[in-house]
Design a protein around this ligand. Sequence first.
Ligand code: BTN
Length: 262
Amino acid sequence: MEKISEKKIKPLLTGEIGSELVVYPVIDSTNNAAKLLAKNGAPHGAVVIAEHQTAGKGRLGRSFYSPNATGIYMTIILRPTLPVEHSLLITSAAAVAAARAVEQITGVPAQIKWVNDLYFKGKKLCGILSEAAIAADGTLNYVVVGIGINCSTDSFPAELEDVATSIAAANGNDEIDCNGLIAAILNHFDKVYKQLETREFIAEYKLRSCVLGKTVRMIQGETSQEVIALDIDENAHLVVRTPEGERLVISSGEVSLKGDWR
Ligand code: BTN
């Protein structure tokens, strides 16, 4: 994979996301670095990128496999004016931006698995982890949105082998313009972020969803049950129907699709 370079990314940027940008060869987690920068006053739109993470973090306390020079690991610092209860919209906006950019730059048609993963043919290409700091008055102080993309990773640890893939595996090993891809994600996110209030991007989120209309396993903490995914609502919550016919609106947890990847 081409080296990640601030000099190559900067001229491609069209909005305020990425106006401050730092690239590390190696770091524990770009989300951790971004939180520290945010605490120290980094502006809205500042971005931290790394070639390698030694302690990449995933959702629900998991780790994110982040080998050297084969992936994009980056975190965007935001200072939203959105009410806390709508913060899921930010992650969903990032999923739409990343999916658009992956398709535009690499030709891989990425789907979104609620709430924040990008998939190609049933395997995960990209994960997104948002972390928020709430101010004393209950408003959002800052949010960091971490995006991890498997670009040219050609082997995964045993536990990920059946569930993870990379852009290279999906597009027949075409060379990936990773600097172009980073810039495209930031540019698309800049546009989608401006639609948080109007929710315009939710229509595209739904079109890219690989769960709508399907029977999925809904996992919340220790419990799980099969439900039908009916809709994504205007706050990016998942609307499901249980086997008993109850309609539920889900804002946390995750869903898994068993083999139904049409
Ligand atoms: C998930 O799949 O559960 C979310 C993965 C998020 C990974 C990205 S990589 C960049 C940023 N830094 C981290 O430590 N995690 C996120």
